[in-house]
Design a protein around this ligand. Sequence first.
Ligand code: UDX
Length: 472
Amino acid sequence: MNIAMIGSGYVGLVAAACLAEIGHNVICVDNDARKIEALSAGSEVIHEEFLPELLARHRGRRLKFTTSLHHAVRPSEIVFIAVGTPPCESGEADVSFIENVCRDIAAEINGHGPKTLVVKSTVPAGTSDWIRSVLVRNGVPASNFELASNPEFLREGSAVTDFLYPDRIVIGSSSATGTELLRRAYLPLTSGSYHGCVSRVPQPDDSCSPAKLIVTKPATAEMIKHASNAFLAMKVSFINAVANVCEAVGADVEELVQGMGSDRRIGTRFLKAGIGYGGSCFPKDVSALRAVAEDRGCDFQLLDEVMRINENQRKAFLHRVRDALGNLKGKRLAVLGLAFKGGTDDVRESPAIALVQSLLHEGCTIQAYDPAAMERAREEFAPNGKITFASSAYETARNADALLVLTDWEEFLTLDFARIRSLLRQPILFDGRNLYNPDRMQDLGYFYFSVGRREIAPLQAKAAEASSEDAA
Ligand code: UDX
């Protein structure tokens, strides 16, 4: 099939590369000429596993890049819209990029239809109806286009495998033609035929295969996306609130999750306690759903709590660091991780960045390292010399008063913590992602602070404390 993908951001670019991978001819459009130039030249514009391989395999063949909407839309049967829907001040999703794109598409499809327009951007329920009216207002007869909603559930860091091996594909369409076209487009993933390809991207062990197809009305498809993200964010806030209670009563949140998650109705996923959720989706989508509910007079204060707990989780971690170090002014801190989660170079709404900003504000000097996000993180800070970026995790630790782990990068799991201890001024480790085993950190001589688990002091320190109590 010939497909146009409007918007080459995270979702658009990954979807375009994956649609090319399953056999379609895709033209990817963006009005950012530098990005299109970089993509055409083969430069890496986002850090995502398997994306470089897909781009190398299909670029210039089944996958092309252009700044011209005209060149992309004219030959395409399906036109995906994957432009951003950032949050407004009020929390509502700003759909003005979608509106602008629809006006441009209207000019292209007049007299060249019929076309099927598919909204991949995350939008509030009801947006499909509004898009229809925008197109009609811009002179496109309703008989000249089909409209469908096809939300995307990929996660950053595992975007390519999430797209190619999804749990479900949701099609929201009010016409049989639109549904049929999308059904055909995704057939390699729903029939299992892609799974049989020799050179396919490896299938993750925990994926469903083949993908389940869910066909529904556009408004339901739009709600599925918002409700899914809000629910996952709620799981994260729930476990963070539980973690705080665990700390207060001397329970262990990691063991609790195993116990709770063994109930198949609950499961263990998205119950990792830490410094809160971030990224370009959860914060935006929770507030957008909250705004939709408010607008329609529906009670959904639960979402306010989800956001409040998330905000407080970061603050609680900062308090813990302040309490343990006594005073933050003038402290030299090593920070591992700046991305909003491991596996990505994205720092949007990153709790790690927010924490580092608070620490800088309190007078700390920061030495930071992230395997992929340092370039992007640099832009978040004023160049005042209070933050420096190290070339390795070990460099970060040199002469620091404490080490803070703020992102769950896999490479942080295998660091040599004996070596890090020898580089630190004091063996103090704040683990904002519960990456390490407390007993192991105790054996290595650390004062170890994590989330929802007991605080650990090195055995010698404990012995010294006990003997001074005895003496008293
Ligand atoms: C999310 C959705 O998962 C995805 O389906 C949607 O398409 C886009 O939004 P993403 O933002 O890439 O994906 O990341 P995700 O893995 O969902 O994590 C979001 C945030 O929650 C991260 O900051 C992560 O660190 C945090 N998180 C996640 C936790 O703190 N604990 C968990 O157990 C899971």
